[in-house]
Design a protein around this ligand. Sequence first.
Ligand SMILES: *[C@@H]1O[C@H](CO)[C@@H](O)[C@H](O)[C@H]1NC(C)=O
Ligand SMILES: *[C@@H]1O[C@H](CO)[C@@H](O)[C@H](O)[C@H]1NC(C)=O
Length: 182
Amino acid sequence: MKARCVSLCLLGTMLFLCSAHARGLRRCLISIDMHRIEESFRGIKKAIQAKDTMQNVTILSPSESLHSIKPLDACCMTKNLLAFYVDRVFKDHQELDPQLLRKISSIANSFLYMQKTLQQCHEQRLCHCRQEATNATRIIHDNYDQLEVRSAAIKSLGELDIFLAWIDKNHQGTSDASGQGT
Ligand SMILES: *[C@@H]1O[C@H](CO)[C@@H](O)[C@H](O)[C@H]1NC(C)=O
Ligand SMILES: *[C@@H]1O[C@H](CO)[C@@H](O)[C@H](O)[C@H]1NC(C)=O
């Protein structure tokens, strides 16, 4: 009797933890205004992508890395990619046009804020990192390292739409999966 209760309790805890993980991204990014970030990106997209001369390579390649990421890893992958943009791309990119710079800074500030929010979730164990996310992140850093640093930064900025669309998809996808509206 007692053993059965214990196993039921364990099962309950596991189900709770799993659903917490699956909804991690949604729970963690509750107050993020993605539309504002997308709006800023639309303001730089054309100019940045025009500066990207290496059309034959990709850094965030959705088929190789992001596409294979399961919802369970979405929170961790988002956390890793925010760090990638904050620690490398935004630092490596030197923008001379003040208008573009203002929009890039706005995106960078939103990313910093999201990064802080996800870090808190990570500390509360709601943003678990599995090997899949670690591997996909390494592929992206490897792709970045293969290019000359300024080309790599430009290309990564131009590929922000892939990252933003992917966050959107996972943010909404996990909310559908949990069966709750907004
Ligand atoms: C991509 O194109 C650039 C210039 O157009 C060339 O220098 C580079 O070697 C190419 N890279 C690959 C992986 O094909
Ligand atoms: C991650 O990469 C390592 C080393 O390349 C590999 O051995 C491992 O199977 C990969 N794990 C997953 C879950 O993809």
